[in-house]
Design a protein around this ligand. Structure first.
Ligand SMILES: Cc1ncc(COP(=O)(O)O)c(C=O)c1O
Length: 413
């Protein structure tokens, strides 16, 4: 006799990307939903159209019910990340005592830069890359040097070698800000590629700071390698949080992690930096890493489905837009140079709008908001970044509208 299926009455696992209607999403007050008028479909900033993962919502509810809204304390966040990193990535020598809580990933990067570089020193980035890499580094009085990605969208060792040499010549204490996985291309760096980075950094005396905020968002077919597990990366740092994978940007709290030969540097981090993260942020990020794995798996399935859907939609509606399947993140980097849309030149005052070229055309004509490629640095002009962490219905509507807009643009309409 067949045994009864113990899961028969369990609710079917649900794709977090199909839980909210457009009407519900439009009630949100975050920047994604309030920057543009209500007829615009927002597929730009890296927020996801998902409800909170239940373990995160429960932890926050418990804190609110208890009035547990004071200052953060303890190492629960780092312990939860360490357990998650061991389970997911096989990072078994993660050291909680080599971590510190920082307000968010970008502030953490700046604070680590303050530990290992001096004002005026050079910071290498692989362009095109997340625009705040330029803004925050410059605001911290460091100079950005670009090592552009290769034509295969992966890090180019020759470009890195040259940029590291230039950085070393210019500053006494250069750094490399690695985006692992890479925003906006969705490339997940392989262990051998990261090994090359470590070798080059060691040869040129460059300290590596690895931004790993997208690490849990690696899609089927790729595998995430924590930079600090790479041979030769012992004097590097990693910055991470649950902010991207569980949509917690509004609940600030991140972790800086030092390799064994960087731990003494991290101990010099001023105590006041740990005053930035909020207790509710720490509660939420801890719950995500501790108990948010099953929800993350449902999300990754949904993102994988959207990745395939996007490729189909682009082939159907925008065949002249070139696109490569991202290996991780929920960001697609679309090469619109074949559309023939004029790129915007600086005005006499040297100003280029944040939304220019193809992104401007799609916003004005399709009422779809995308991130404009030119703000991602060299190699970004003529591209747009599309955030596909939304429902298949919204994604379909957006790309359909984009296709119609291009046809109208080309026919002079
Ligand atoms: C690569 C990367 N780093 C950092 C951030 C921002 O993180 P935080 O809000 O913790 O500073 C983002 C946000 O999209 C990102 O994509």
């Amino acid at each position: 006799m067949a045994r009864p299926d113990p899961c028969a009455d369990a609710p079917a696992p649900r794709n977090p990307l199909t839980q909210l209607t457009l009407e519900e999403l439009r009630q949100r007050t975050s920047v994604k939903w309030r920057m543009h008028p209500p007829d615009v479909l927002p597929l730009w900033v890296a927020e996801m159209d998902v409800p909170l993962a239940p373990p995160v919502a429960d932890a926050l509810r418990r804190a609110v019910d208890l009035g547990d809204t004071g200052y953060p304390h303890g190492t629960a966040y780092a312990e939860a990340l360490g357990d998650f990193a061991a389970r997911r990535w096989g990072w078994h020598d993660f050291r909680v005592d080599h971590t510190t809580v920082v307000p968010d990933v970008m502030m953490g990067i700046v604070e680590v830069l303050r530990l290992v570089t001096d004002p005026g020193d050079a910071v290498v980035v692989c362009s095109p890359v997340y625009p705040p890499f330029y803004a925050f580094v410059t605001h911290a009085d460091r100079q950005v040097i670009e090592a552009p990605l290769g034509p295969d969208r992966r890090m180019d060792p020759a470009a890195l070698d040259e940029a590291f040499a230039q950085a070393r010549a210019r500053g006494r204490r250069p750094a490399f800000l690695l985006c692992n996985p890479h925003n906006p291309t969705g490339v997940v760096h392989r262990r051998d590629e990261l090994g090359t980075v470590a070798e080059l950094a060691d040869r040129h005396g460059v300290r590596v700071i690895s931004d790993e905020i997208h690490a849990p968002l690696v899609l089927p077919g790729a595998h995430f390698t924590p930079y600090l597990t790479v041979a030769g990366a012992e004097n590097a740092f990693a910055l991470t949080s649950a902010s991207k994978a569980w949509n917690l940007a509004g609940l600030k709290a991140a972790l800086a992690v030092a390799g064994p030969r960087a731990a003494a540097d991290l101990r010099r981090m001023p105590e006041e930096v740990s005053h930035g993260p909020s207790h509710l942020g720490v509660v939420a990020h801890t719950a995500a890493f501790r108990a948010g794995g099953p929800w993350l798996d449902l999300l990754l399935d949904g993102l994988d489905g959207n990745r395939t859907l996007l490729a189909t939609l682009l082939a159907q509606h925008l065949p002249s837009v070139a696109h490569h399947r991202p290996e991780g993140t929920y960001l697609a980097w679309l090469d619109c140079t074949g559309l023939g849309v004029a790129t915007q030149r600086p005005t006499d005052a040297g100003v280029v709008s944040d939304v220019a070229g193809p992104a401007r055309m799609f916003l004005d004509r399709a009422r779809v908001a995308l991130s404009s490629g030119h703000v991602f640095g060299t190699g970004g002009e003529g591209f747009v970044r599309l955030n596909f962490a939304t429902s298949p219905a919204i994604l379909t509507e957006a790309v359909t509208r984009m296709g119609e807009a291009v046809r109208a643009y080309r026919s002079g309409g």
